[in-house]
Design a protein around this ligand. Structure first.
Ligand SMILES: Nc1ncnc2c1ncn2[C@@H]1O[C@H](COP(=O)(O)OP(=O)(O)OP(=O)(O)O)[C@@H](O)[C@H]1O
Length: 462
């Protein structure tokens, strides 16, 4: 008995030594709400000598104490506003400590904020920090997030409009998306737009070019690593792209070039929805949407054993195939106009017109490099022209060398077919009448002024 008492006294005095230097008001009660321990700062706060308080029931020191109630409910009260008997108002925690039978053994209390001013100060600072974080998040999103949306994707052809509307549908779902198409067809534009139009648009959009990162670095890029994971690892470790993209979307460009071993790891992420940093055995849950793109024929890669079939099916939940530019020549004119605007802005040189003949050449080219190639051709032409107009001579030789009749594209608009036929008929009539416009207009059965208008509109040199 004496031994137990001695032990108890020893424990209490040791704990008191620990309690006292802590600059936060702390209190410990026994199961009868009797104060076993209180630190100096709390005793001062209550306005009593510590020796006077110890051994008293808590409600005798502060008649508003809710500890008797907490002992009944056995439920902690965290961050409660409390007005003490002496008039102070603070924010407090009251925690019942239960024994193995679930009965209250002790009660632990602390004053988190000693007055409401202090509390309001912290809340204000917190709000300020939140605003700052929001600001930097927005800046980060502007710098590294999704930059493009549907308005940036020019589409006049029926086929492209349909594909855009499929893209819009894909934005609405949370399924993975696979974007297929030749190089330069606008796969990346689609990936940005899908993210920007999805419910994840306020969260990160992280791009990884699977073909550009050496195989041995890809795993650490995607998964990150912990401090000291391997020789040469950065101090403090590295956050992987999966984690950076958490809650948002990860754009895996050139997925067809992902090495097989990484494909297995990606599949695990998609199945388990969790990742492990290299060198760590802790898993972290992640919530990401994968948007993958490739210019390779994935089915062929699957057949050749270069792409995992199960991963292919996981990614191919919604697939969008962007047709090459040569299959949608109706888009060339409007695309060129938009690209001219963009290039003019970049080069600080205003060019906004393309002669009819030059446009014909553009429409009859095969465009193996698709929109990217068109952009390059136009940039060169803008540099070469002396005014605001691009003529045939400003186009690269390889574009003007071969001009075939434009018959490609099953979805040419009626307007374009009529315009082409009209232009051809006017040229034939003018050639036949050796440039006599009156005779030509009679042959064509249109008025002379109408003929003049069309000559100007179709840019026909007489
Ligand atoms: N429909 C479009 N409207 C406007 N610009 C486009 C369109 N399609 C492509 N572009 C432009 O063409 C260029 C190439 O597009 P993007 O990078 O999206 O192609 P990609 O298919 O991802 O190419 P790669 O397979 O080589 O990565 C970009 O400058 C893009 O802005």
């Amino acid at each position: 008995m004496t031994k137990n008492l001695e032990l108890n006294n020893y424990l209490v005095s040791t704990m008191q030594k620990i309690f006292d230097p802590i600059p936060v008001p702390l209190i410990l009660l026994d199961r009868n709400t009797q104060i076993i321990m209180i630190n100096d700062i709390f005793a001062n706060y209550l306005g009593y000598e510590k020796s006077y308080i110890i051994g008293k029931k808590v409600q005798d020191v502060d008649k508003y104490s809710r500890f008797p109630y907490v002992f009944q409910t056995k439920k902690s009260e965290i961050a409660w506003k409390h007005k003490f008997e002496n008039g102070h108002t603070g924010i407090v925690h009251r925690i019942p400590i239960l024994d193995e039978n679930g009965e209250v053994d002790y009660g632990f209390g602390m004053v988190l904020f000693q007055d409401m001013e202090q509390f309001r100060d912290i809340i204000e600072k917190n709000k300020l920090l939140e605003t700052e974080i929001k600001h930097y998040r927005n800046r980060l999103r502007e710098l590294s997030g999704a930059k493009y949306s549907w308005e940036n994707i020019i589409s006049r052809s029926i086929i492209m409009n349909e594909i855009k509307s499929m893209g819009r549908k894909a934005s609405m779902t949370s399924s993975n998306v696979l974007i297929l198409g030749e190089s330069g067809t606008g796969k990346e534009l689609f990936a940005h737009s899908i993210h920007n139009d999805s419910r994840r648009h306020l969260d990160p959009f992280v791009k990884v070019n699977c073909a550009a990162i050496p195989e041995e670095l890809l795993e650490s890029e995607l998964f990150g690593y912990v401090d000291g994971a391997f020789t040469g690892a950065k101090k403090g470790g590295k956050i992987g792209k999966f984690q950076l993209a958490n809650k948002g979307s990860i754009f895996l460009d050139e997925i067809g070039d992902m090495p097989l071993n990484m494909q297995s790891k990606l599949l695990r992420v998609l199945q388990e929805r969790e990742i492990e940093r290299i060198g760590s055995n802790k898993t972290q849950n992640i919530d990401i949407r994968v948007i993958a793109a490739t210019n390779k024929r994935l089915e062929e890669l699957v057949e050749e054993g270069k792409f995992r079939e199960d991963l292919y099916y996981r990614l191919n939940v919604m697939s969008i195939e962007i047709p090459p530019l040569r299959k949608r020549i109706d888009d060339i004119e409007s695309l060129s106009k938009l690209l001219l605007k963009k290039i003019s802005k970049q080069l600080g040189k205003y060019v906004n017109e393309i002669s009819h003949e030059a446009m014909d050449y553009l429409k009859s080219h095969d465009w193996p490099g698709n929109v990217r190639e068109l952009e390059n051709i136009l940039e060169r032409a803008v540099n070469l022209t002396d005014n605001n107009r691009i003529l045939t001579r400003h186009l690269s030789n390889y574009i003007t060398k071969t001009k075939k009749e434009i018959t490609i594209g099953p979805v040419k608009s009626i307007k374009e077919i009529i315009e082409k036929a009209e232009r051809k008929a006017i040229i034939e009539a003018l050639t036949y009448t050796k440039g006599n416009k009156l005779k030509a207009s009679n042959l064509l059965k249109i008025s002379r002024s109408n003929l003049y208008d069309k000559i100007e509109r179709y840019n026909i040199s007489v």
